[in-house]
Structure formats: structure tokens, C-alpha cells
Design a protein around this ligand. Structure first.
Ligand SMILES: NC(=O)c1ccc[n+]([C@@H]2O[C@H](COP(=O)([O-])OP(=O)(O)OC[C@H]3O[C@@H](n4cnc5c(N)ncnc54)[C@H](O)[C@@H]3O)[C@@H](O)[C@H]2O)c1
Length: 369
């Protein structure tokens, strides 16, 4: 069996590459080695025994060649950032997914399964219960609300504060264009897969963490930002009040989920969340980092917020658990693995720009008035 892993030089893709090799697959990687993810070119962790195509997943001829003789497609390549390149998210993430199917259909390629990486981001501000009006899919909090430092989500009908509920696969409510592009990719994949009889699964990953996550991409979040500041003995900056919740999943649990849905026909034409199922507040996360690095400078709640942040994002993992998967590594393991890796590479590289300063300059970080 031959597998094509798009984005196989990246964080999640490279762990999938390792697992596919262990499982006896011939592995082909298509990756553009995006500079903001790989400023030093092809990463050393990519094994020698793979076929590597350096190219863009939106380039028709490159993708056509990459799909030749492939049994399984694992589509991980994506453009991710906080920056306002609205059209580029759709251009890369949605177009590449549709192109995979276009080429499979046009050249009648005998692909047996396609697994696409989607994201918890498709839920937008998520799913809430209002004590009066029941289930709601709210809009993002308004700039006016955030400028007042009023953080929790209110029911749009009655104005009462609403309670977050675990994110269920049947709903989506994206607002930012990365999220829209991931939903478009997912819909293209599941719809085209169904119409053309190409078994397809979409996996909506929660915040995935672990060894090899890009240290350079500003998007790649809390773990890298908090640990690098803690190691530099700088305070961990907390936006809002720190009580916003997230869910964090270990990259090896994500790999396990991919392998499970590959093997199970019952997964075909379905979307699954892949997360921990456990809410962690940002302040609890920061305190966990400080327990790992007690000499750090503590936390700082700056009275600021980020435009476009969701208040609560915790996925239900019931559907994937029913298929036989569970998250086997907890947050402490995620942090231990990340820290051991950072220490093994000699610490966070000096030249890494401060994500906070970068977002501040870009107007993403705003102050409560
Ligand atoms: N890491 C997370 O927390 C997370 C959460 C939800 C969803 N996802 C999704 O998982 C997938 C993998 O994410 P990751 O964290 O490993 O990201 P990553 O940035 O580490 O890896 C993505 C890889 O895709 C490559 N790439 C980007 N644009 C490309 C293009 N046009 N053509 C070819 N290659 C291209 C990059 O060079 C990189 O190697 C993505 O689809 C992402 O949207 C990730």
C-alpha cells in the first residue's frame, strides 16, 4: 500500500509519516516547505526512506504526479495563521481538497480512502445552552462587548449568560476564514467522496500538541508561546480573564485516530472530533506550565483580548470513542514530551519572534477600554 501524505513535513503530517512507515506503507510526501513553518528547509526528522515531492498542493500537475499509484491520501497540508490573508486560506485549504477529488475522478485513480484534516475551528464560537431558550449557536462576541471586558457568551434572544456545551459534529458555525476554509475542505471531501464512491473521513482536530510543532509559525499556539516565555523567565501573558476553556490533544492520539478511521469502514463518509474531551482554562494551563518550570516569572493578566478568539472550545469525543478510540495521553504528558523535546534541541531558538509583539503590531491584540 502506498500513502500520499500532503503536508508530511509538518508537525502532524510527519508523525503520520512515521506511523505509516511502521505499518509497512510506502510513503510519499508532498510538501511546499512553507517558509514560515520550515525556515531552514527540509526538516531533519523526515526519514530517508520516503519519496519526497517538494511542491504545492494547489498545483494541478504536481498533485497529479503525487497521486499516481497511491492507495490512501492523508491530506494534512494547510495554510494556518492569524494574519488577515482571507483569500489565501480558501485558496490553499479548500481548493487543494477539491483538486484531490477532481484529479482522482478525471484520471480514474484507484484511491481507496482519503482522510482529510479538519479543525475544531469550524465550530466558531461553539455551542451553548441558554437557561431560557435552550441550544444556541452564537455569533462571535461583539467588539463592543469585548471592549467592556464582558467575556462570557450571552443568548442573542434573551441576553442571559449561556453555558458552553461540548462541541458536537453535526453543527458548525465558522466565522474566521481559516475555519471557513477548513469547513469548505471538509464539505468538498465528504460530498465528492460520497458522490464518486471514494471512502472519505474528515477529522476535526482540537489543539494538537507535541514534539515537532512548528516553533516559527505564530499560529502554533499556547504550548510553544508559554514554554518559550517561561524558559526566558518572562511572564506568561493571559488574555481576557484566563477562564476561557480549550481542549488539548497529544499528537500521538491524533495519529492513533487517523489509523483507526483508516482501518474502519464504519468511519467512511463521517466527520469525527479528535480531542481530549476535557476543558482546560488558559489560567490552569499557564499554572501547569509554571509547575513544570517553577523558576519562571509567573502570569500576567494584561486586560487585553485578541480579536476573533472564541471563549470556549471543547469538543465532544463521544462519536470517535464509539468507534474504539480514546485519548491516552493527558495534558501533563503533552507538556513533558514538549519540554523534553525543546531541551533536546537546545531550547527555543533565539531568533523566534515574540508572538505577542507580532500580534500586537498586527492589531490582533486589543485593550479593554
Ligand atoms: N496543529 C493543530 O493544533 C491543528 C488543529 C486543527 C487542525 N489542524 C490541521 O492539521 C493539519 C496539519 O497541521 P500541522 O499543525 O501539522 O501544521 P504544520 O504547519 O506543522 O504542517 C503543515 C504542512 O503543510 C505544508 N504546506 C502548507 N501549505 C502547503 C501547500 N500549499 N502545498 C504543500 N504543502 C503545504 C507546510 O509546509 C507544512 O509542512 C492542517 O490541515 C491543519 O489545518 C491542526
Amino acid at each position: 500500500m502506498r500513502v500520499l501524505v500532503t503536508g508530511g513535513a509538518g508537525f502532524i503530517g510527519s508523525h503520520l509519516v512515521d506511523r505509516f512507515l511502521q505499518e509497512g506503507f510506502q510513503v510519499r510526501v508532498l510538501d511546499s516547505l512553507l517558509r514560515k513553518v520550515h525556515p531552514h528547509g527540509r526538516p531533519a526528522y523526515l526519514p530517508a526512506g520516503i519519496e519526497f515531492i517538494h511542491g504545492d498542493v494547489t498545483d494541478r500537475e504536481t498533485l497529479r504526479k503525487a497521486l499516481q499509484g497511491v492507495d490512501v491520501v492523508s491530506h494534512q497540508a494547510a495554510y494556518q495563521d492569524y494574519m488577515p490573508e482571507f483569500s489565501h486560506f480558501l485558496q490553499v485549504n479548500a481548493v487543494s481538497t477539491a483538486l484531490i477529488y477532481e484529479l482522482i475522478v478525471q484520471y480514474q485513480l484507484p484511491v481507496k480512502k482519503v482522510i482529510v484534516a479538519s479543525s475544531q475551528a469550524v465550530y466558531g464560537e461553539g455551542q451553548y445552552a441558554c437557561p431560557q431558550d435552550g441550544f444556541i449557536l452564537p455569533q462571535p462576541r461583539s467588539q463592543q462587548q469585548l471592549a467592556w471586558g464582558d467575556w462570557e457568551v450571552s443568548c442573542p434572544q434573551c441576553g442571559r449568560k449561556a453555558t458552553p456545551v461540548p462541541l458536537q459534529e453535526e453543527h458548525n458555525n465558522p466565522y474566521n476564514q481559516y475555519a471557513v476554509s477548513k469547513l469548505a475542505g471538509e464539505k468538498a471531501a465528504l460530498g465528492l467522496g460520497w458522490l464518486h464512491g471514494i471512502p472519505t473521513v474528515a477529522l476535526r482536530y482540537s489543539i494538537t500538541q507535541g514534539v515537532r510543532q512548528s516553533l516559527y509559525n505564530h499560529y502554533s499556539g499556547i504550548c510553544r508561546i508559554f514554554f518559550s516565555r517561561a524558559m526566558q523567565r518572562r511572564p506568561l501573558i493571559i488574555y481576557e480573564d484566563g477562564r476561557q476553556t480549550r481542549d488539548f490533544v497529544h499528537v500521538q492520539d491524533v495519529v492513533d485516530a487517523n489509523m483507526l478511521v483508516l482501518e474502519k469502514d464504519a468511519a467512511n463518509f463521517h466527520t469525527f472530533n479528535v480531542g481530549s474531551g476535557n476543558p482546560t482554562t488558559v489560567i490552569d494551563y499557564a499554572n501547569a506550565v509554571l509547575r513544570k518550570l517553577p523558576s519562571a516569572a509567573g502570569v500576567q493578566i494584561t486586560g487585553e483580548y485578541r480579536r476573533g478568539d472564541n471563549r470556549h472550545s471543547v469538543s465532544s469525543i463521544h462519536k470517535l470513542t464509539q468507534l474504539g478510540w480514546r485519548a491516552r495521553r493527558d495534558l501533563s504528558t503533552i507538556m513533558d514530551d514538549f519540554l523534553a523535546w525543546i531541551e533536546s534541541i537546545g531550547g527555543v531558538p533565539e531568533q523566534i519572534a515574540d508572538a505577542d509583539a507580532h500580534m500586537r503590531n498586527a492589531g490582533v491584540v486589543l485593550s479593554v477600554s
